[in-house]
Write a protein that binds this ligand. Structure first.
Ligand SMILES: CC(C)(COP(=O)(O)OP(=O)(O)OC[C@H]1O[C@@H](n2cnc3c(N)ncnc32)[C@H](O)[C@@H]1OP(=O)(O)O)[C@@H](O)C(=O)NCCC(=O)NCCS
Length: 336
């Protein structure tokens, strides 16, 4: 095995198949029952730069060319996040405890440092090999999250009626893909609502960076990135009737490869509009909307930081149940 693997600069179809072999073996081992993405979905995920980030990829092969380990390093580019890098590293279960993870992490850490990053973040499932591995190095836990799941069959009856309850002064609207022009400025401002979410400085927002205020084009580009991956982005927003401002929004991504499970992205309500039940109202409306847009969706999954009490209350009211626990670890990198 190469001691210092080089990044994949021009990955071939065979490289993606090899990457997929590592991932599917690891998924079956670490998260049995979770859907395995297709090679095409994986390729789209690895080759599409985000609207505010780019990726560097490593694929480590053994002496017989069998794939051993993969790492995707995301280098954020948005203003205020250019100090941050995030790694997703996987060693094939048949090759663990032989030093491959340690060697690859050393390579990735060096690359992140060289790229001028100050922090390297990574996400692991609590209590798994990933945590034991990180415990042996200088990574420190930064954020604990619950992964929650809601089966659409389990929605409590009254919740189905929630969107009909009056929320004086607000109306709901929804769109698929890129935000309509008349809402673009307000939507970019509402993205600011994510900036102060617990753990926001660790995670950032998923479909557009905090600080996107006034930057409508960045918000549009974030939606196009999802479309280029072959996924559908649905957004429900609450609009203040007095001035037409977007008071809050919730986003869901539908991926045909995800076994009927939709992924929650951002939910945010701007500070001036909080405490009025808009979060629950929007998310309940989204749950009613989803089956009409894609009848194949049977469940929704979301991440909820432990200290984000309000979001947890909304999710519990909707019937989301804990599925697994995740920890985001951070490593401080030396300045070069
Ligand atoms: C975490 C992971 C990358 C480790 O890869 P690896 O090649 O097995 O790691 P190494 O062989 O370099 O292990 C280095 C040390 O980490 C610790 N460690 C790794 N896996 C461990 C486990 N399952 N239980 C306890 N300690 C473990 C040990 O101290 C080990 O040294 P040792 O084998 O001499 O005792 C691999 O288990 C994996 O792919 N897990 C699933 C994905 C994941 O969690 N990725 C996030 C990591 S950034």
């Amino acid at each position: 095995m190469a001691a210092n693997p080089s990044p994949l600069t021009a990955p071939t179809a065979e490289d993606f198949r090899a990457w997929h072999r590592v991932w599917s073996a690891a998924l079956a081992h670490d998260r049995p029952g979770d859907p395995v993405p297709s090679v095409d979905a994986l390729r789209a995920q690895l080759t599409q730069d985000g609207s505010d980030s780019r990726q560097v990829l490593w694929l480590v092969r053994g002496s017989g060319q069998d794939p051993v380990a993969t790492a995707a390093l995301r280098l954020f580019t948005a203003p205020g996040r250019a100090h941050l890098a995030e790694v997703d590293m996987t060693v094939h279960p048949a090759h663990r405890r032989m030093g491959a993870g340690s060697r690859l992490l050393a390579t990735v850490t060096e690359a992140a440092t060289e790229a001028g990053r100050r922090t390297l973040a990574t996400r692991v499932i609590a209590g798994t090999s990933g945590e034991s591995f990180l415990a042996t190095r200088d990574f420190a836990p930064a954020l604990r999250l619950g992964v929650l799941r809601l089966s659409l069959d389990d929605i409590p009856e009254p919740i189905g009626k929630l969107p009909d309850l009056p929320h004086p002064g607000y109306r709901l609207t929804w769109w698929e893909g890129v935000v309509p022009d008349e809402l673009a400025a307000g939507f970019a401002r509402a993205k600011e609502g994510m900036a102060d979410m617990p753990g926001g400085e660790v995670l950032g927002t998923v479909t557009g960076a905090a600080g996107a205020a006034g930057n409508e084009e960045r918000v549009r580009e974030a939606a196009r990135v999802v479309a280029r991956r072959g996924e559908r982005l649905l957004t429900v927003a609450a609009v203040a009737e007095a001035d037409g401002a977007v008071a809050g929004y919730t986003e869901l991504v539908l991926d045909a490869d995800a076994g009927g499970v939709a992924q929650q992205y951002d939910t945010a309500v701007l500070a001036a509009h909080r405490g009025r039940g808009l979060g629950l109202w929007m998310k309940a409306a989204m749950l009613r909307l989803v089956p009409t847009v894609d009848p194949a969706i049977t469940a929704v999954t979301t991440d909820n930081a432990d200290d984000n009490r309000h979001m947890l209350a909304v999710n519990s009211a909707l019937g989301f149940r804990p599925r697994r626990r995740v920890v985001i670890y951070r490593l401080k990198l030396p300045v070069r």
